[in-house]
Write a protein that binds this ligand. Structure first.
Ligand code: UDP
Ligand code: MG
Length: 332
Protein backbone atom coordinates (compact mmCIF):
# COMPACT_ATOMS: atom_id res chain seq x y z
CA UNK A 1 0.00 0.00 0.00
CA UNK A 2 1.62 3.30 -0.98
CA UNK A 3 2.14 5.55 1.98
CA UNK A 4 1.51 9.12 0.90
CA UNK A 5 0.97 12.35 2.78
CA UNK A 6 -2.61 12.90 3.86
CA UNK A 7 -4.57 15.07 1.48
CA UNK A 8 -5.12 18.69 2.29
CA UNK A 9 -8.45 18.87 0.48
CA UNK A 10 -10.96 16.07 -0.02
CA UNK A 11 -13.89 16.53 -2.35
CA UNK A 12 -16.87 14.33 -1.56
CA UNK A 13 -19.33 13.82 -4.41
CA UNK A 14 -22.49 11.71 -4.01
CA UNK A 15 -23.45 10.20 -7.35
CA UNK A 16 -26.57 8.37 -8.41
CA UNK A 17 -26.81 7.50 -12.11
CA UNK A 18 -24.47 10.31 -13.15
CA UNK A 19 -22.54 8.42 -15.81
CA UNK A 20 -22.44 11.28 -18.32
CA UNK A 21 -21.31 13.80 -15.71
CA UNK A 22 -18.25 12.00 -14.36
CA UNK A 23 -15.86 13.00 -17.17
CA UNK A 24 -16.83 16.69 -17.47
CA UNK A 25 -16.87 17.00 -13.69
CA UNK A 26 -13.39 15.52 -13.25
CA UNK A 27 -12.04 17.59 -16.15
CA UNK A 28 -13.32 20.77 -14.53
CA UNK A 29 -12.46 19.87 -10.96
CA UNK A 30 -8.94 18.47 -11.20
CA UNK A 31 -7.27 21.66 -12.57
CA UNK A 32 -8.93 23.69 -9.82
CA UNK A 33 -7.68 21.31 -7.14
CA UNK A 34 -4.18 21.28 -8.64
CA UNK A 35 -4.09 25.07 -8.37
CA UNK A 36 -4.81 24.78 -4.65
CA UNK A 37 -2.46 21.93 -3.76
CA UNK A 38 -1.21 18.68 -5.16
CA UNK A 39 -2.42 16.99 -2.00
CA UNK A 40 -6.04 16.45 -2.88
CA UNK A 41 -8.39 13.54 -3.26
CA UNK A 42 -11.81 13.08 -4.79
CA UNK A 43 -14.12 10.63 -3.04
CA UNK A 44 -17.12 9.63 -5.13
CA UNK A 45 -19.90 7.94 -3.25
CA UNK A 46 -21.77 5.79 -5.71
CA UNK A 47 -25.24 5.69 -4.26
CA UNK A 48 -26.47 2.51 -5.92
CA UNK A 49 -26.23 3.72 -9.52
CA UNK A 50 -27.76 1.40 -12.07
CA UNK A 51 -25.88 2.81 -15.06
CA UNK A 52 -22.12 2.65 -15.67
CA UNK A 53 -21.23 5.47 -13.26
CA UNK A 54 -18.98 3.20 -11.23
CA UNK A 55 -17.15 1.88 -14.31
CA UNK A 56 -16.44 5.43 -15.38
CA UNK A 57 -15.07 6.27 -11.96
CA UNK A 58 -12.90 3.15 -12.03
CA UNK A 59 -11.50 4.22 -15.40
CA UNK A 60 -10.65 7.61 -13.93
CA UNK A 61 -9.05 5.99 -10.91
CA UNK A 62 -6.72 3.99 -13.15
CA UNK A 63 -5.42 7.24 -14.65
CA UNK A 64 -5.49 9.28 -11.49
CA UNK A 65 -5.18 7.41 -8.17
CA UNK A 66 -6.24 10.48 -6.23
CA UNK A 67 -9.76 9.79 -7.52
CA UNK A 68 -11.38 7.12 -5.38
CA UNK A 69 -14.84 5.79 -4.66
CA UNK A 70 -17.06 4.05 -2.18
CA UNK A 71 -19.89 2.14 -3.74
CA UNK A 72 -23.09 1.33 -1.84
CA UNK A 73 -24.88 -1.97 -2.14
CA UNK A 74 -28.06 -0.11 -3.07
CA UNK A 75 -29.49 3.40 -3.17
CA UNK A 76 -29.43 4.90 0.31
CA UNK A 77 -30.13 8.52 -0.60
CA UNK A 78 -27.96 11.58 -0.96
CA UNK A 79 -27.86 12.47 2.72
CA UNK A 80 -26.47 9.07 3.67
CA UNK A 81 -24.06 9.19 0.74
CA UNK A 82 -22.67 12.43 2.13
CA UNK A 83 -22.24 10.79 5.53
CA UNK A 84 -20.29 7.95 3.93
CA UNK A 85 -18.16 10.45 2.04
CA UNK A 86 -17.27 12.19 5.29
CA UNK A 87 -16.35 8.84 6.83
CA UNK A 88 -13.93 8.10 4.02
CA UNK A 89 -12.45 11.53 3.31
CA UNK A 90 -9.04 12.05 4.86
CA UNK A 91 -8.35 15.69 4.04
CA UNK A 92 -7.77 18.55 6.46
CA UNK A 93 -10.79 20.14 4.86
CA UNK A 94 -13.64 18.40 3.07
CA UNK A 95 -15.65 19.95 0.26
CA UNK A 96 -19.07 18.49 -0.54
CA UNK A 97 -20.49 19.06 -4.00
CA UNK A 98 -23.02 17.66 -6.50
CA UNK A 99 -21.90 15.75 -9.55
CA UNK A 100 -24.06 17.57 -12.06
CA UNK A 101 -21.83 20.68 -12.29
CA UNK A 102 -24.52 22.82 -10.70
CA UNK A 103 -21.90 23.65 -8.13
CA UNK A 104 -19.11 25.50 -9.95
CA UNK A 105 -15.73 23.89 -9.10
CA UNK A 106 -13.91 27.27 -9.26
CA UNK A 107 -15.78 28.24 -6.10
CA UNK A 108 -13.62 25.79 -4.18
CA UNK A 109 -10.71 28.22 -4.47
CA UNK A 110 -12.75 30.89 -2.72
CA UNK A 111 -13.86 28.35 -0.10
CA UNK A 112 -10.24 27.45 0.62
CA UNK A 113 -9.26 31.12 0.90
CA UNK A 114 -12.00 31.65 3.45
CA UNK A 115 -10.98 28.52 5.30
CA UNK A 116 -7.41 29.80 5.50
CA UNK A 117 -8.76 33.06 6.90
CA UNK A 118 -10.03 31.01 9.82
CA UNK A 119 -13.58 29.94 8.98
CA UNK A 120 -14.18 26.29 9.81
CA UNK A 121 -17.29 26.07 7.66
CA UNK A 122 -17.67 27.87 4.34
CA UNK A 123 -20.94 27.35 2.51
CA UNK A 124 -22.06 28.30 -0.95
CA UNK A 125 -25.16 30.44 -0.77
CA UNK A 126 -27.32 30.43 -3.87
CA UNK A 127 -28.37 33.91 -4.81
CA UNK A 128 -31.28 33.12 -7.06
CA UNK A 129 -33.55 30.17 -7.45
CA UNK A 130 -34.97 31.34 -10.75
CA UNK A 131 -34.17 28.01 -12.38
CA UNK A 132 -36.76 26.36 -10.16
CA UNK A 133 -40.51 26.40 -10.58
CA UNK A 134 -42.34 29.08 -8.67
CA UNK A 135 -44.22 26.61 -6.54
CA UNK A 136 -40.96 24.89 -5.53
CA UNK A 137 -39.44 28.27 -4.66
CA UNK A 138 -42.42 29.23 -2.55
CA UNK A 139 -42.28 25.94 -0.71
CA UNK A 140 -38.57 26.39 -0.08
CA UNK A 141 -39.25 29.84 1.33
CA UNK A 142 -42.07 28.58 3.53
CA UNK A 143 -39.81 25.82 4.78
CA UNK A 144 -37.08 28.26 5.83
CA UNK A 145 -39.67 30.42 7.56
CA UNK A 146 -41.04 27.43 9.48
CA UNK A 147 -37.60 26.20 10.34
CA UNK A 148 -36.37 29.52 11.62
CA UNK A 149 -39.47 29.89 13.80
CA UNK A 150 -39.62 26.39 15.24
CA UNK A 151 -36.26 24.74 14.60
CA UNK A 152 -33.52 24.35 17.18
CA UNK A 153 -30.95 26.17 15.09
CA UNK A 154 -31.17 29.00 12.57
CA UNK A 155 -30.63 27.87 9.00
CA UNK A 156 -29.00 30.29 6.56
CA UNK A 157 -31.36 30.61 3.60
CA UNK A 158 -30.03 29.37 0.28
CA UNK A 159 -27.21 27.38 1.88
CA UNK A 160 -27.11 23.83 0.60
CA UNK A 161 -24.71 20.95 0.66
CA UNK A 162 -22.09 22.75 -1.42
CA UNK A 163 -19.59 23.68 1.27
CA UNK A 164 -16.18 23.26 2.82
CA UNK A 165 -15.92 21.81 6.29
CA UNK A 166 -12.78 21.75 8.40
CA UNK A 167 -11.60 18.42 9.81
CA UNK A 168 -12.84 19.45 13.26
CA UNK A 169 -16.37 19.87 11.94
CA UNK A 170 -16.16 16.66 9.94
CA UNK A 171 -15.29 14.68 13.04
CA UNK A 172 -18.27 16.12 14.89
CA UNK A 173 -20.59 15.40 11.97
CA UNK A 174 -19.38 11.82 11.87
CA UNK A 175 -20.40 11.37 15.47
CA UNK A 176 -23.99 12.33 14.71
CA UNK A 177 -25.33 8.96 13.76
CA UNK A 178 -28.98 9.78 13.18
CA UNK A 179 -30.80 7.89 10.46
CA UNK A 180 -33.22 10.54 9.26
CA UNK A 181 -30.39 12.79 8.23
CA UNK A 182 -31.06 16.39 7.46
CA UNK A 183 -27.55 17.57 6.65
CA UNK A 184 -28.34 21.26 6.40
CA UNK A 185 -29.65 21.17 9.95
CA UNK A 186 -26.68 19.15 11.15
CA UNK A 187 -24.22 21.62 9.60
CA UNK A 188 -25.94 24.41 11.45
CA UNK A 189 -26.19 22.42 14.66
CA UNK A 190 -22.45 21.75 14.97
CA UNK A 191 -21.79 25.48 14.98
CA UNK A 192 -18.18 26.70 14.46
CA UNK A 193 -17.16 29.92 12.77
CA UNK A 194 -19.04 29.90 9.46
CA UNK A 195 -19.43 32.14 6.48
CA UNK A 196 -21.37 32.07 3.23
CA UNK A 197 -20.09 32.74 -0.27
CA UNK A 198 -22.78 33.70 -2.80
CA UNK A 199 -22.88 31.76 -6.03
CA UNK A 200 -25.21 31.19 -8.95
CA UNK A 201 -26.40 27.65 -9.43
CA UNK A 202 -25.67 26.50 -12.96
CA UNK A 203 -27.85 24.25 -15.07
CA UNK A 204 -27.64 20.53 -14.64
CA UNK A 205 -25.13 19.27 -17.19
CA UNK A 206 -26.60 15.87 -18.09
CA UNK A 207 -29.51 13.79 -16.86
CA UNK A 208 -32.36 14.86 -14.67
CA UNK A 209 -32.73 15.94 -11.10
CA UNK A 210 -33.82 12.97 -9.08
CA UNK A 211 -36.09 14.75 -6.68
CA UNK A 212 -39.81 14.55 -7.05
CA UNK A 213 -42.30 16.53 -5.06
CA UNK A 214 -43.09 13.74 -2.64
CA UNK A 215 -39.39 13.29 -1.81
CA UNK A 216 -38.96 17.02 -1.29
CA UNK A 217 -41.92 17.08 1.09
CA UNK A 218 -40.49 14.08 2.94
CA UNK A 219 -37.15 15.85 3.12
CA UNK A 220 -38.73 19.03 4.50
CA UNK A 221 -40.65 17.05 7.09
CA UNK A 222 -37.49 15.17 8.08
CA UNK A 223 -35.81 18.52 8.51
CA UNK A 224 -38.49 19.95 10.77
CA UNK A 225 -39.00 16.73 12.70
CA UNK A 226 -35.29 16.24 13.38
CA UNK A 227 -34.83 19.70 14.74
CA UNK A 228 -38.12 20.54 16.39
CA UNK A 229 -40.77 18.82 18.46
CA UNK A 230 -43.35 21.49 17.63
CA UNK A 231 -45.41 19.17 15.39
CA UNK A 232 -45.83 16.92 18.42
CA UNK A 233 -46.58 19.63 20.93
CA UNK A 234 -48.84 21.75 18.80
CA UNK A 235 -51.67 19.26 19.42
CA UNK A 236 -51.78 20.25 23.06
CA UNK A 237 -52.68 23.76 21.98
CA UNK A 238 -55.09 22.64 19.28
CA UNK A 239 -56.74 20.26 21.76
CA UNK A 240 -57.02 22.93 24.43
CA UNK A 241 -58.51 25.40 21.98
CA UNK A 242 -61.06 22.89 20.74
CA UNK A 243 -62.02 21.93 24.31
CA UNK A 244 -62.63 25.55 25.19
CA UNK A 245 -64.70 25.95 22.05
CA UNK A 246 -66.75 22.86 22.83
CA UNK A 247 -67.44 24.02 26.40
CA UNK A 248 -68.57 27.36 25.00
CA UNK A 249 -70.81 25.58 22.50
CA UNK A 250 -72.26 23.35 25.22
CA UNK A 251 -73.06 26.40 27.35
CA UNK A 252 -74.64 28.12 24.39
CA UNK A 253 -76.87 25.10 23.70
CA UNK A 254 -77.78 24.71 27.36
CA UNK A 255 -78.86 28.32 27.68
CA UNK A 256 -80.70 28.21 24.39
CA UNK A 257 -82.58 25.07 25.46
CA UNK A 258 -83.52 26.65 28.79
CA UNK A 259 -84.82 29.76 27.08
CA UNK A 260 -86.43 28.37 23.94
CA UNK A 261 -86.87 24.61 24.49
CA UNK A 262 -85.46 21.88 22.28
CA UNK A 263 -85.72 21.31 18.58
CA UNK A 264 -84.30 18.43 16.62
CA UNK A 265 -82.56 20.14 13.69
CA UNK A 266 -78.78 20.29 13.87
CA UNK A 267 -77.98 17.05 12.16
CA UNK A 268 -75.61 18.65 9.60
CA UNK A 269 -73.63 20.45 12.24
CA UNK A 270 -73.36 17.19 14.16
CA UNK A 271 -71.89 15.36 11.20
CA UNK A 272 -69.54 18.23 10.43
CA UNK A 273 -68.22 18.35 13.95
CA UNK A 274 -67.79 14.57 14.16
CA UNK A 275 -65.84 14.61 10.92
CA UNK A 276 -63.78 17.59 11.98
CA UNK A 277 -62.76 16.10 15.27
CA UNK A 278 -62.00 12.66 13.93
CA UNK A 279 -59.85 14.35 11.31
CA UNK A 280 -57.94 16.25 13.97
CA UNK A 281 -57.47 13.08 16.00
CA UNK A 282 -56.16 11.08 13.07
CA UNK A 283 -53.82 13.88 12.13
CA UNK A 284 -52.35 14.17 15.59
CA UNK A 285 -52.02 10.40 15.81
CA UNK A 286 -50.23 10.48 12.48
CA UNK A 287 -47.74 13.04 13.75
CA UNK A 288 -47.08 10.99 16.85
CA UNK A 289 -46.63 8.01 14.55
CA UNK A 290 -44.00 9.91 12.57
CA UNK A 291 -41.93 10.46 15.68
CA UNK A 292 -42.40 6.90 16.89
CA UNK A 293 -41.27 5.76 13.44
CA UNK A 294 -38.11 7.80 13.88
CA UNK A 295 -37.50 6.38 17.34
CA UNK A 296 -37.98 2.90 15.87
CA UNK A 297 -35.49 3.59 13.10
CA UNK A 298 -32.93 4.80 15.65
CA UNK A 299 -33.31 1.93 18.12
CA UNK A 300 -32.87 -0.68 15.42
CA UNK A 301 -29.24 0.42 15.34
CA UNK A 302 -28.66 -0.56 11.78
CA UNK A 303 -25.55 0.84 10.19
CA UNK A 304 -26.19 3.93 8.11
CA UNK A 305 -25.11 2.29 4.87
CA UNK A 306 -23.66 -0.86 3.39
CA UNK A 307 -20.54 -0.63 1.26
CA UNK A 308 -20.26 -3.07 -1.62
CA UNK A 309 -16.95 -1.94 -3.02
CA UNK A 310 -14.16 0.51 -2.38
CA UNK A 311 -11.96 1.84 -5.15
CA UNK A 312 -8.66 3.64 -4.61
CA UNK A 313 -7.63 5.67 -1.56
CA UNK A 314 -10.97 5.30 0.12
CA UNK A 315 -10.30 1.55 0.32
CA UNK A 316 -7.48 2.13 2.79
CA UNK A 317 -9.89 3.22 5.46
CA UNK A 318 -11.47 -0.14 6.14
CA UNK A 319 -12.25 -3.32 4.33
CA UNK A 320 -15.30 -4.49 6.21
CA UNK A 321 -18.75 -4.49 4.71
CA UNK A 322 -20.32 -2.02 7.06
CA UNK A 323 -19.22 1.23 8.52
CA UNK A 324 -17.24 0.15 11.54
CA UNK A 325 -16.64 3.58 12.96
CA UNK A 326 -20.31 4.17 13.17
CA UNK A 327 -20.85 0.91 15.01
CA UNK A 328 -18.00 1.63 17.35
CA UNK A 329 -19.63 4.93 18.17
CA UNK A 330 -22.98 3.27 18.83
CA UNK A 331 -21.47 0.74 21.21
CA UNK A 332 -19.91 3.38 23.46
N1 UDP B 1 -27.85 11.85 -5.48
C1 UDP B 1 -27.49 10.76 -4.73
N2 UDP B 1 -28.46 9.88 -4.35
C2 UDP B 1 -29.78 10.03 -4.66
C3 UDP B 1 -30.14 11.19 -5.41
C4 UDP B 1 -29.16 12.08 -5.80
O1 UDP B 1 -26.33 10.57 -4.43
O2 UDP B 1 -30.59 9.19 -4.29
C5 UDP B 1 -26.81 12.82 -5.92
C6 UDP B 1 -26.83 13.15 -7.41
O3 UDP B 1 -26.10 12.21 -8.15
C7 UDP B 1 -26.17 14.52 -7.43
C8 UDP B 1 -26.61 15.13 -6.11
O4 UDP B 1 -27.01 14.04 -5.27
O5 UDP B 1 -24.76 14.45 -7.46
C9 UDP B 1 -27.74 16.12 -6.30
O6 UDP B 1 -28.82 15.48 -6.95
P1 UDP B 1 -29.79 16.24 -7.93
O7 UDP B 1 -29.01 17.04 -8.93
O8 UDP B 1 -30.72 15.21 -8.45
O9 UDP B 1 -30.57 17.20 -6.95
P2 UDP B 1 -30.86 18.78 -7.10
O10 UDP B 1 -29.66 19.42 -7.74
O11 UDP B 1 -32.06 18.86 -7.93
O12 UDP B 1 -31.06 19.22 -5.69
MG1 MG C 1 -28.61 18.97 -9.28
Amino acid sequence: MPCVALPKISVVIPVHNESANIAPLCDALVPVLNRISSLWEIVFVDDGSRDDTLERIKARNREEPRISAVSFSRNFGKEIAIAAGLDHARGEAVVIMDADLQHPPEMIETFVQRWQEGYLMVYGQRTDRSDETRIKRNFAHLFYRLFSTFGEVPLPEGAGDFRLIDRKGVEVLRMLGEKARFSKGLYAWIGFRSTGVPFVVGDRKFGNSKWNFRQLFRFAFDGIASFSSIPLRVWTYVGTLISILSIATALYFAIRTLLFGTDLPGFPSLIVSVMFFSGIQLMSLGVIGEYIGRIFAEVKRRPLYVVAERIGGAAEISSSLVNEDYQRFRRV
